[in-house]
Design a protein around this ligand. Structure first.
Ligand SMILES: [Zn+2]
Length: 452
């Protein structure tokens, strides 16, 4: 297949900047071409009137009235928890015991894992998410399932087997030596295959023995291009527990650093209860925070302190954290992040600065900013020339209210904020994975097709 182009409004970001730099064309053209590795990359992007004469032979899909944007990146999501989204509990630790561990034990069944993974990936794509750092369970078959399904869809996708050899019930608890051997085998089999990547995935410090964390750190050192993902400082009870378990470490984050788990491509979910030294260590080591606002609101965990994290130069991006998260939709996550930014307290009574995050900033945190935090700058999330052509097509007329509000938008800022506040999956008209339109097996009939 040869080069193709799409005409529409076009939203893109500077891929390398540490803050949102927006490139927007109201009448734009995106040109993409398959490369020798089979992946479509952006070869040109800019104003239609200027670019079209340079590519007169290229077929153009005319989507005027809609907006091309980078596919969203979710920095932290648990695919096995798709079936327990919205499970009520009194905070993180009871929620883990009552629902999460019980359900994750079912993923030992490879057939069930395949079925959940298939539904999950189609749901993510339907919501406009084209890359994610994904948690499987402690069962290797659950990793095989999600990466097989991601490969079949041509996705740039990252996943890992959960490590949890203590303080975990039968059915999900693994054993130290075996879990590290399994992790090494999964890295060898999946990391760097097509567009897939592996993430070393210690559940959180309380669920991993010193030997397991030490082994995870050794693997992280031996495989620098492999990701690391975990949880840190999510909830006051959890932080207290870590202090009891690790009385000699300066902080919760310091436990991970002692085992060599702070480095570029290490992404820690939540990070609410961090202090100045923690923020400085994250910034210095290149590790990132996956801000998970709907999850933190759902479990009553607290409010992320944007001002403090950014003052220290911490890399961060947005995440759904389903199943504690309340939605797979990036719009729901961005609007929760805005709300969380406005809060003047953290969740433990400590004061924090209230910030009004701009719509450009929120969008960047879920696209190019997330890519940069995860070590994927220029690869996905920006639609920069040379980057992979994962993109979505937004429909500002998807609902009557969205249509009405967008018609009254006096600027791009207002238009983006209308989407953040009002949009959901109905506004994602098309999803292209590496240049190719994704065909949804579970898309309700007669919706996108009718608008194509
Ligand atoms: Zn999580």
């Amino acid at each position: 297949m040869a080069m193709q182009a799409w005409r529409a409004a076009c939203l893109a970001f500077d891929p390398e900047a540490d803050h949102p730099i927006v490139h927007y064309e109201s009448d734009g053209l995106l040109v993409a071409e398959p490369q020798s590795d089979g992946v479509w990359r952006v070869v040109a992007r800019g104003p239609y009137a200027a670019l079209r004469p340079q590519w007169p032979q290229v077929p153009v899909h005319d989507w005027r009235g809609r907006c091309i944007a980078p596919g969203f990146i979710d920095l932290h999501v648990h695919y096995p928890q798709t079936d327990i989204i919205g499970a009520p509990a009194e905070g993180l630790l009871p929620w883990l015991q009552r629902y999460t561990f019980v359900h994750e034990a079912r993923l030992a069944d490879p057939a069930y894992a395949q079925e959940v993974a298939s539904f999950f990936l189609d749901e993510m794509l339907r919501q406009g998410v084209t890359t994610a750092l994904t948690w499987a369970t402690s069962h290797p078959a659950s990793v095989e399932a999600v990466l097989e399904q991601a490969e079949a869809r041509g996705l740039r996708w990252i996943a890992g087997k959960v490590l949890q050899d203590r303080h975990s019930p039968d059915g999900v608890r693994d054993d130290t030596e075996g879990s590290l051997r399994e992790t090494e085998a999964l890295i060898a089999r999946w990391h760097g295959r097509r567009r897939l990547g592996y993430a070393i995935t210690p559940r959180f410090a309380p669920s991993c023995s010193d030997a397991q964390l030490q082994g995870a750190g050794a693997l992280a050192a031996a495989h620098p291009s492999v990701w690391v993902q975990s949880h840190v400082a999510e909830n006051v009870d959890e932080v207290r527990w870590v202090r009891e378990l690790y009385p000699h470490d300066r902080s919760y984050l310091a436990v991970y650093e002692r085992f060599g788990l702070l480095r570029p491509r290490a992404v820690y979910a939540h990070g609410i209860y961090l202090d100045e030294v923690d923020h400085a260590r994250l910034a210095a080591t290149g590790a990132a925070v996956a801000v998970s606002p709907t999850s933190n609101l759902f479990l009553g965990s607290g409010f992320f302190d944007y001002a403090a994290a950014r003052r220290a130069g911490v890399r961060l991006g947005l995440a759904s954290d389903v199943g504690a998260g309340m939605s797979f939709s990036p719009f729901a996550t961005m609007r929760a992040a805005y709300t969380v930014g406005r809060a003047a307290v953290r969740g433990d009574g400590a004061a924090k600065a209230a910030v009004s995050l701009t719509p450009e900033d929120l969008w960047w945190q879920h696209t190019a900013g997330a890519a940069r935090a995860a070590g994927l700058a220029g690869v996905v999330g920006s639609l920069a020339v040379g980057s992979e052509a994962d993109f979505i097509v937004l429909d500002p007329e998807a609902t009557p209210l969205l249509k009405r509000r967008c018609a009254h938008a006096a600027s791009l800022t207002e238009w983006l904020f209308a989407f953040i506040v009002l949009a959901d999956d109905r506004a994602v008209a098309h999803v292209h994975v590496a240049g190719q339109p994704h065909n949804f097996t579970q898309r309700p009939s007669g919706r996108n097709e009718a608008r194509a």
